[in-house]
Design a binder for this molecule. Structure first.
Ligand SMILES: [Zn+2]
Length: 85
């Protein structure tokens, strides 16, 4: 069985990330109707769509974790928390 998408992730140094699943209407409000998922560096949150089934939601999570990891690297190294790229 594959691991579950967690509700939060803490990277080294205490960089805490919350993972929130939004229903369709909330997701459309927060991210726009074309967007599957989102990383927000300002509040260290990943937004996912609850309507996205199993493996798709898992892939969305992993994709956003890659963005989070890039920002975490800069934070951990004392560089800008924001990564433009
Ligand atoms: Zn992306």
């Amino acid at each position: 069985m594959l691991p579950k998408v967690p509700r939060s992730v803490t990277l080294p140094g205490g960089y805490h990330i919350t993972v929130t699943r939004l229903n369709r209407n909330k997701a459309n409000d927060e991210m726009g109707s074309e967007v599957y998922a989102q990383w927000d560096v300002d509040d260290h949150s990943i937004l996912l769509r609850s309507e996205r089934a199993g493996q798709n939601q898992r892939e969305d999570f992993v994709h956003e974790m890659e963005h989070a990891f890039i920002d975490w690297k800069d934070w951990f190294l004392g560089k800008s928390e924001h990564y433009e790229g």
